[in-house]
Ligand binder design. Structure first.
Ligand code: FAD
Length: 420
């Protein structure tokens, strides 16, 4: 075989289209590899990951190769694989949520985002800390790069030892693309009206394919722009949601502590409660607050939860139960099919009021009011929590306590509000 193979390292970008590292390696001999590190994924995601890898392997087989899956830490597995196969370089796409091991020989290519982190800057050249000005600035920039096509042909793919993914259909790039197309056809008109009603399937359902990288944000962006042309729909509102995803990644790149520590350090002094019983009631959907319980049960049953309900349930945990947001983040991480390190972290800090662009702490969601507004005929609650226990707390009193604790904090700069 001519030349040394290039190892193409797949991560949260399990697709052939719009894959800069694959496109760059496609002409010569290449070895596509996925390094399975269980700790890098949420527990509920593992079967879905297997399905996604199976679909990627199938796509490679159609082109005369296969995907090699190895277990372990990339820092050990990749050099080992290079030594075995004579590969001298690894190509990979940047992922702000999972920096590549230092000193890995090879090349890093652009990420799956719309713009590289740092690509959207404020007047002083720094990162935006509030979403709305970030979104306005993003919209003033030239549009994101067009997605790269899937390589027509691939260079020879040598044999290498490794597991072959076993799985079933219903995942992968083609399925994700079909979902995108059907959402753009049927769901884009009326999206803004329907997206906040948890009883409806009013959103795209693209977060799972995006979490596995079966689609890139650029592919979704450009397909949406095409669907907006000459038609009345809510494409702009949908692009704005996609920009929240982008904002989460850009924030994580600038503030790597996002999944761990309060970005607003005043909250380091907050008197969080250690209350395993209440935490368990929240986790199991037994709080006695129907919208919260319905959401937590939807999560347990399906691995997903409507965005509005994530906000209400998250706010309940942090502000009314007074339990640290990290407990909520960990629970979501293990149970969400769409778990994404950047989005989960940014949203928990938003919900907790401890982040960069955060909902002000004193705006405490009233779960009953939220249910009346977003589930007025109770269809969502009836579906997931038709019967519920007595409430585990008194809303008015819990709210008062939270506000008193908040007022006692040292020098809080009120974060700017931006609802999403
Ligand atoms: P659509 O309304 O169709 O939105 C399209 C896309 O826009 C989404 O797929 C997503 O990529 C992006 N988007 C939408 N809302 C948000 C948002 N609030 N923040 C960032 N990007 C957004 N989403 C995840 O994908 N993974 C997570 O781990 C995750 N954790 C969350 C934790 C909390 C506490 C909260 C409040 C939200 C979280 N979200 C997370 C964001 C949001 O709830 C989901 O992206 C959304 O419900 C997915 O459904 P959809 O794809 O049908 O959304």
């Amino acid at each position: 075989m001519a030349g040394f193979p290039v190892v193409v390292w797949f991560r949260r970008d399990l697709r052939l289209g719009d894959h800069p590292a694959l496109a760059a390696a496609a002409k010569g001999p290449l070895l596509p590899v996925f390094v399975f590190d269980e700790t890098a994924w949420g527990r509920a995601q593992l079967p879905r990951l297997a399905a996604s890898l199976f679909a990627l392997d199938t796509a490679f087989r159609a082109k005369g190769g296969r995907l090699v899956v190895r277990r372990g830490k990339p820092a050990q597995v990749l050099p080992g694989l290079m030594a075995e196969t004579g590969a001298r370089q690894v190509f990979w796409n940047r992922d702000p949520a999972e920096p590549a091991p230092a000193g890995l020989p090879g090349r890093e290519f652009p990420s799956s985002l719309l713009f590289e982190p740092g690509g959207v800057r404020n007047a002083e050249g720094g990162p935006y800390k509030v979403f709305t000005p970030y979104w306005k600035a993003l919209r003033r920039l030239p549009p994101p790069p067009r997605p790269l096509p899937e390589p027509d042909r691939l260079g020879p793919i040598p044999e290498a030892a490794g597991e072959s993914p076993a799985g079933t259909g219903a995942a992968g790039e083609a399925t994700a693309r079909a979902r995108l197309e059907s959402f753009l056809d049927a769901g884009l008109a009326g999206y803004l009206e329907r997206r906040d009603i948890p009883a409806l399937a009013g959103t795209s359902g693209l977060s799972v394919p995006l979490a596995f990288g079966e689609l890139s944000a650029r592919q979704v962006w450009w397909a949406t722009v095409a669907a907006m042309a000459g038609r009345e729909n809510d494409g702009e509102g949908f692009l704005r949601q996609l920009a929240w995803r982008e904002f989460a990644y850009h924030s994580l790149a600038v503030f790597p502590q996002l999944p761990e520590r309060n970005l607003n350090e005043s909250f380091d002094a907050y008197p969080w409660r250690d209350d395993p019983q209440s935490l368990a009631a929240w986790q199991e959907g037994r709080t006695g607050f129907p919208l919260v319980d319905a959401g937590m049960r939807e999560l347990a049953a399906t691995g997903t939860m409507h965005n509005r309900v994530r906000m209400v349930a998250g706010s309940f945990l942090v502000r009314l139960l007074g339990i640290h947001w990290r407990a909520g983040l960990a629970w979501f991480r293990d149970r969400l099919l769409d778990h994404d390190p950047a989005l989960n972290a940014m949203n928990w800090q938003w919900v907790a009021g401890t982040g960069i662009d955060a909902q002000p702490f004193f705006r405490i969601f009233n779960p009953a009011g939220q249910a009346a507004r977003h589930d007025p005929d109770g269809a969502y609650v009836r579906r997931w929590a038709p019967q519920g226990p007595a409430p585990i707390l008194d809303y008015t009193q819990a709210r008062r306590q939270a506000l008193a604790a908040y007022r006692g904090l040292p020098k809080i700069k009120p974060p700017t509000h931006a609802d999403h």
